[in-house]
Design a protein around this ligand. Structure first.
Ligand SMILES: C[S@@+](CC[C@H](N)C(=O)[O-])C[C@H]1O[C@@H](n2cnc3c(N)ncnc32)[C@H](O)[C@@H]1O
Length: 227
């Protein structure tokens, strides 16, 4: 048995073996991303062309920061000499987030709390948001139906904020879910607010995981809903 596995529990050994054999973990290390999740957003963006310089982006559940790193690159906020002056990315997490050059970070901020959302609103200074992503995930208990309820709650919370703050016509919203009984309800709510709603499972999302993303594009705007 290799030294790195000695003294570990079976589940910890399984996790380590999976990490060591995971090509996305290796790629993330090579490209200096904080987590393999970077490749999920890269894949989704390659397919749907969501991120462009000049955008305002809110990244919910951002720690450790891999999605934010990708967003910073795509918005050209990492150009040392002349970062795109109109681009802005705000990364929020209830846990700590180490500074991410080019991004504005709000660590220790529970997105579900009204006070946190008021702070985000203030920072954005009434600018509408072009893209909101939620990779927020609760600590999984292992009870699938319960974990599904918790993550769907976070998705609905992000969707409610998105409806109030997205740029009409062009705004987009991406949320992670763990599939379960309330997925159709989330999708049908999103269909009220977006011209296009798709379920996306990136190749870099582990095939044995219930994780997928729901993407809404072309936000209809709330005015249109009242007519
Ligand atoms: C899968 S991780 C996100 C990974 C991140 N997108 C990346 O690429 O580095 C899920 C994150 O959601 C955060 N989270 C869960 N509930 C939250 C809440 N209520 N408010 C803010 N962040 C939350 C967790 O603290 C955790 O950091």
């Amino acid at each position: 048995m290799p030294n790195s596995l000695k003294g570990r529990s079976t589940s910890s050994q399984q996790w380590l073996i999976r990490q060591l054999n995971d090509p996305y973990v290796k790629k993330a290390r090579y490209r200096n991303y904080r987590a393999r999740s970077a490749f999920k957003l890269i894949e989704i963006d390659e397919k749907y062309r969501l991120l462009r310089p000049g955008m305002v982006v809110l990244d919910c559940g951002a720690a450790p920061g891999a999605f934010t790193q990708v967003i910073v690159e795509k918005l050209q906020l990492n150009e040392e000499k002349s970062p795109n002056a109109n681009s802005f990315v705000l990364a929020v997490d209830k846990d700590a987030i180490h500074p991410i050059p080019g991004a504005h970070v709000l660590p220790n901020t529970d997105f579900t709390k009204p006070i946190s959302q008021a702070k985000i609103f203030d920072i954005l200074n009434s600018r509408k948001i072009d893209f909101i992503c939620s990779d927020m995930a609760p600590n999984a208990t292992g009870v699938k139906s319960h974990d599904h309820e918790l993550i769907i709650g976070l998705s609905f919370c992000a969707l409610t904020f998105a409806v109030m703050n997205l740029q009409p016509k062009t705004g987009a919203f991406l949320t992670k879910i763990w599939d379960g009984s309330r997925t159709p309800e989330l999708v049908s709510q999103m269909e009220k607010f977006f011209e296009s709603v798709k379920s996306v499972k990136p190749l870099s999302s582990r095939s044995d995981s219930a994780e997928s993303f729901i993407l809404g594009r072309n936000f209809k705007g709330i005015e249109k809903l009242h007519k």
